[in-house]
Design a protein around this ligand. Structure first.
Ligand SMILES: [Zn+2]
Length: 511
C-alpha cells in the first residue's frame, strides 16, 4: 500500500465515521421514534378540518356509530378501489350512494346553509319532469330534433307548437326525450363528454332548454318554493341563491324584470317562512353571465346597486356566472367592479379550471384583490400560495362543490380533489351543491357525502361534519340576529341528530 492509497483509505474511513455520527446524533432513539410519530399524527389531526373542535361525551358515542360506517366503506374501497363510490362517476355511483350507511346518516344531519346554488337548477328532476311538464298550457315543438317547451295562452308562430298533453297521448317516448334534454346523465358520460368543454356545452344547452318554460311566472314561483322545500327536507335551514334574474312572463303578455323578479323571490320566501318558521331564510346573489359586452356589464352593476337599494336585506351581492374558461376573466371587469357601491358584496366564481397560469386561473388573484367575500369553487387555489394566505387572513370561505367539479370534467376520482389539501389545513371551506338537478341529485347530502367520504381523511369524523355546518352559517351573509337564530335552530337539531345517532348504537348493542 503506497502513501497515496493509505491517504485515500483514511479519507473514506473518516467520511463513514462522519456519516454514522450524523445519523446517530440526528436519529431519535428507538423509543422516541414512536412517541415522535404519535405526536406528529396528533399534530396533523389537530390542524385538520374540525380538529380544533372537542366532542362532548354524548357526541363521542354518536361519533363511534358514524365512524364505524365510514371506516367500513373506506376499508372496503381500499380492498377494491374501483368499488369506492367517490372514485366513481356520480351517475354510476348515485344509486349506490343512496344505500350507503354514511349517506343515510348525513341525510339526517342538520347541514346549515347552502351558499352556492343556481336558480333554475336547484329542483329535483322528478318534480320538474313529473309535475311542471304536466301543467296545462304547456306546448312542445320539434320533439325529435331539437325539442322546445313553452307556456302559451295561444301559441305563437315561431314553431309548430302542439299541446304537450296531446302529444303524450299519441306517443310514449315524450318524457324520455324531455328528460334527456334536462340532464347531464348519459349512458356513458366519459364518451359523451371527452373534455370539460364538451360537458359545459351540454350544461349550457340545458339552461337554454329549460328557461322558456321555467320562466312562466307561476311556474317559476312554484319551482323556487319546491327548491326551498327539498332543501328544507334535506335539513338545510338557509340559502344564498345565485340568480341571473331572468325575465319572467305571464300568459297575458306581462313581463317581469330584475328588481320585480327579485321581489317575486322575496314574496315566495316570505310564504315559505310562514309555512316553515324554523327555516331561517334566503338571500340572493345577482349573478348574470360573464360572457357579456362592456355596456351590458355596466348595466348589470347598476342593477346590482338598485337591487341593494330596494331590497337591502334580501340581496347579498354580485357575481358573474358561466364557463370561466370561455367567458371573460375578472380582470376585464376590474375597473367597473372597483367602482361598485361598498354595500354590494362580491362572491366570485373563480379558479373553476384545470389550467395554470392562464387569465382564467388568475381570476383567483383578481377575486381576492377585489375583496370577494367568498370564492366559488376555487379549484385552482393550491397553485396560488399568496391567494391562499389572503384566504386565510381575510376569512374568505371557499365554496367547494365536489359533484359539479366531477361532472364538469375537472376531476374524475374525487380522492384527487384539491379540497383535500384545504381540509388538511383547516381552510375556511363550505360544501355546496351548485346545480343538483343537472346530475339528478337532490338537496345537499350527496355533496356532503362525497366530501366527507371521498375528499377528507379517513379519520375526519363528526367534528368535520359539525364544522361544515357551522362554517356554512358563519360565512353566510346573514346579519348578527339571523346568525343567532340560525345557530339556535341548528343547535337544537344537532342535539336531536346526535342523540338519535347515539341511540342507534345503543339499540344495535341491545340486539
Ligand atoms: Zn356555480
Amino acid at each position: 500500500m503506497n502513501y497515496k492509497t493509505s491517504c485515500s483509505l483514511l479519507v473514506v474511513l473518516l467520511a463513514i465515521v462522519a456519516v454514522l455520527g450524523y445519523v446517530v446524533v440526528n436519529q431519535p432513539v428507538v423509543e422516541d421514534y414512536w412517541k415522535l410519530r404519535n405526536d406528529f399524527l396528533k399534530h396533523e389531526q389537530h390542524r385538520t378540518f374540525g380538529g380544533d373542535f372537542e366532542l362532548e361525551d354524548w357526541e363521542q358515542a354518536a361519533n363511534q356509530v358514524l365512524m364505524k360506517a365510514k371506516r367500513a366503506e373506506i376499508d372496503d374501497g381500499c380492498k377494491k378501489p374501483s368499488k369506492f363510490l367517490p372514485s366513481q362517476n356520480f351517475f354510476v355511483a348515485a344509486e349506490k350512494i343512496r344505500r350507503s350507511a354514511v349517506f343515510k346518516i348525513i341525510q339526517k344531519m342538520p347541514k346549515g346553509s347552502i351558499l352556492h346554488a343556481h336558480d333554475t337548477a336547484i329542483v329535483s328532476m322528478y318534480y320538474v319532469l313529473n309535475n311542471i311538464t304536466y301543467r296545462p298550457d304547456l306546448y312542445v315543438c320539434d320533439i325529435d330534433r331539437d325539442p322546445k317547451l313553452q307556456f302559451f295562452d295561444k301559441p305563437d308562430h315561431t314553431c309548430n307548437w302542439t299541446l304537450l298533453g296531446d302529444l303524450r297521448e299519441k306517443r310514449n317516448d315524450v318524457d324520455r326525450k324531455i328528460r334527456q334534454k334536462m340532464t347531464m346523465n348519459s349512458e356513458n358520460s366519459e364518451l359523451a363528454y371527452p373534455d370539460s368543454d364538451a360537458a359545459w356545452e351540454k350544461f349550457m344547452s340545458i339552461f337554454i332548454f329549460i328557461t322558456p318554460f321555467l320562466t312562466y311566472r307561476p311556474i317559476y314561483e312554484d319551482h323556487f318554493y319546491q327548491g326551498l322545500l327539498e332543501f328544507y327536507n334535506d335539513n338545510v335551514l338557509y340559502l344564498e341563491l345565485r340568480t341571473t334574474l331572468p325575465t319572467l312572463y305571464d300568459l297575458n303578455g306581462t313581463k317581469y324584470e330584475n328588481v320585480e323578479v327579485a321581489k317575486i323571490y322575496k314574496k315566495v320566501t316570505d310564504r315559505f317562512l310562514k309555512d316553515y318558521p324554523d327555516f331561517v331564510g334566503v338571500k340572493l346573489i345577482y349573478a348574470p353571465l360573464r360572457n357579456c359586452k362592456k355596456i351590458e356589464f355596466n348595466e348589470y352593476l347598476k342593477i346590482a346597486e338598485e337591487l341593494k337599494r330596494q331590497l337591502p336585506d334580501f340581496i347579498a351581492g354580485f357575481d358573474l356566472v358561466g364557463q370561466e374558461d370561455k367567458g371573460k376573466p375578472l380582470v376585464e371587469f376590474a375597473e367597473g367592479l372597483r367602482s361598485i357601491g361598498n354595500d354590494v358584496q362580491l362572491f366570485f366564481h373563480s379558479g373553476e379550471t384545470n389550467w395554470y397560469g392562464t387569465s382564467v386561473d388568475e381570476n383567483l388573484v383578481d377575486a381576492v384583490l377585489l375583496n370577494t367575500k367568498r370564492i366559488g369553487h376555487g379549484f385552482a387555489l393550491l397553485k396560488h400560495p399568496k391567494v391562499m394566505e389572503m384566504v386565510r387572513d381575510k376569512s374568505i370561505a371557499i365554496e367547494v362543490s365536489p359533484i359539479s367539479n366531477q361532472v364538469l370534467g375537472l376531476v374524475k376520482d374525487l380522492r384527487n380533489h384539491p379540497a383535500a389539501a384545504l381540509f388538511a389545513n383547516n381552510y375556511p371551506v363550505v360544501v355546496s351543491n351548485d346545480d343538483p338537478r343537472m346530475w339528478e341529485a337532490k338537496g345537499l347530502s350527496y355533496d356532503f357525502y362525497e366530501a366527507f367520504v371521498g375528499i377528507m381523511s379517513r379519520s375526519a369524523d363528526l367534528r368535520a361534519l359539525k364544522k361544515l355546518a357551522l362554517n356554512s352559517i358563519e360565512y353566510s351573509s346573514m346579519n348578527v340576529v339571523q346568525k343567532k337564530k340560525a345557530k339556535e335552530i341548528w343547535n337544537r337539531r344537532w342535539e336531536k341528530f346526535v342523540v338519535d345517532l347515539k341511540n342507534l348504537r345503543d339499540n344495535t348493542e341491545k340486539i
